[in-house]
Design a binder for this molecule. Structure first.
Ligand code: SF4
Length: 465
């Protein structure tokens, strides 16, 4: 008997990675059109949680107009004698994974960036209430994280209620992030790793240190430690640092060893504090991208919420595509907002002295952590909308990068790399192949290719004529 027999659609790992396009969606929850949206987990006392309770505040799925977009929040309260507050971040991160197990229900991003869609097909099959989503979440939490003894879930769609709890949630996220600030990577002997995103990026392993927050910005070193303690065989695990190979780049023998094992040999070395050489891999749910701008020999930064094109004419989505997939791409680096607050932020590349452009809203969030003398020398979309305008701005303000221009001609020095196995080009949970009248589904398949050639068939046909 299936654990989900009372759910009108299928639930399983095979649906992870399923994308719901606009034309196929019944309704969209949160996403770029909504400022206030959130998912939040809070640990409560055993007597404060009514196990199994699901509440919907505002219109339910069946009450929303087809094709609509609504404000959205998920608020989960958990309790258990072994559940400590430090677990909130990792329990919260599982919302992404569990929602994506539901057929025709897509969940992207995390915390204040969530973006969900229900497909028309699943809605027609009967997925027309948040109650079903709540039931799936509760069953998965209880079976996967047995230390959770009680759980209750509230879905919010009423705009004023979403905004009210979103404001509180933003303060809670900030308090969680602030906890590890001031700690140094050198002071601990264990880092933590996370492979939750391998369903989308099979070779990706997040290395979470006190001074390099996870890419998604939702799992801190403290969260990693708490999770590895209660669920050591889970997707968040301890990484003994091992021998320090290079303090400047942040290369550790223990990190290399674990990443090699967890990426199945796809990634052999990691330099934690740089975007060149052997940078930390980027999955797909990073909060922002640091992208190299060769014309000025500096980095731009763009975050997920930036709706315009960046200074090099490309939007976040295009830059994210160049970065994602669990690869190590020189000059394209997935990062969290919190990592920008770290003293080790891209330290090998010059840190903030190498950043030349970023959205004004990100600058606002992190400016206290930038060296004072450089804050006004970094352009935003208000000062530079093209690389030419950027060059002029940097010269006029005397950005430290200008000295680099004088010192040497602008060029990208490619690091010499050892031969590494081909990078997986697909890591879908289920890859369907139709052959000879049979449909074969490769579950959790990793397909490797040394080279991918995409050819326009029409052109080939024309040549033959
Ligand atoms: S971005 Fe990293 S830490 Fe966050 S869920 Fe993915 S693998 Fe885990």
């Amino acid at each position: 008997m299936s654990m989900f027999e009372d759910i009108p659609v299928d639930v399983g790992v095979i649906y992870e990675g399923e994308r719901i396009r606009r034309k196929d969606m019944y309704v969209e929850l949160g996403g770029p059109k909504q400022e206030a949206k959130f998912e939040l987990v809070r640990v409560k006392g055993l007597d404060e949680v009514e196990d199994g309770k699901i509440t919907v505040v505002g219109p339910d799925l069946k009450d929303v107009q087809e094709g609509g977009n609504i404000p959205f929040g998920i608020y989960i309260e958990v309790a258990g004698k072994d559940v400590e507050e430090e677990l909130e971040g990792v329990i919260e991160r599982r919302i992404h994974e569990y929602c994506n197990f539901i057929e025709g229900f897509m969940h992207l991003n995390q915390r204040y960036d969530i973006w969900l869609r229900v497909s028309k097909k699943s809605f027609q099959k009967g997925l027309n209430s948040f109650n079903y989503i709540g039931k799936v979440l509760m069953k998965l939490y209880k079976s996967e994280l047995p230390f959770i003894e009680k759980i209750q879930v509230t879905f919010l769609t009423a705009p004023e209620k979403v905004r009210q709890i979103w404001e509180q949630a933003m303060k809670i996220y900030e308090a969680r992030d602030a906890k590890a600030r001031g700690m140094k990577d050198e002071e601990v002997d264990t880092f933590y790793g996370c492979t939750l995103c391998q369903s989308f990026a099979p070779s990706h392993v997040c290395v979470i240190t006190p001074q390099r927050y996870s890419n998604c910005g939702s799992i801190s070193w403290f969260d990693g430690r708490a999770s590895a303690r209660v669920d050591p065989k889970g997707p968040v695990f301890a990484i003994p640092k091992g021998e320090l190979i290079d303090p400047e780049k942040g290369e550790y023998a223990g990190v290399n060893e674990v990443v090699k094992k967890k990426s199945l040999g796809a990634v052999n070395r990691v330099w934690l504090y740089t975007s060149f050489g052997y940078p930390h891999t980027s999955c797909g749910c990073f909060e922002g991208v640091a992208f190299y701008i060769p014309e000025v020999d500096g980095f731009g930064i763009v975050h997920r919420g930036f709706k315009e094109v960046t200074v090099n004419g490309l939007p976040f989505s295009t830059l994210a595509d160049s970065t994602a997939g669990g690869r190590q791409v020189d000059g394209f680096h997935g990062i969290s907002i919190e990592y920008m607050r770290s003293p080790k932020f891209l330290q090998v590349d010059g840190g903030w002295n190498r950043i030349v452009w970023l959205p004004a809203s990100v600058k606002e969030r992190v400016h206290e952590f930038m060296p004072k003398e450089v804050v006004d020398k970094i352009a935003t979309e208000n000062e530079a909308k093209s690389v030419e305008e950027l060059q002029k701005f940097l010269e006029a303000r005397g950005h430290p990068i200008v000295e680099r221009w004088k010192a040497k001609p602008v060029e990208v020095v490619a690091e010499e790399k050892e031969e590494v196995p081909a990078v997986p080009v697909t890591g879908l949970a289920g890859v369907p192949i139709t052959a000879g009248g049979f449909k074969i589904i490769l579950k959790d398949a990793k397909i490797h290719a040394r080279k991918v050639i995409i050819r326009a068939i029409k052109t080939e046909e024309k040549k033959k004529r």
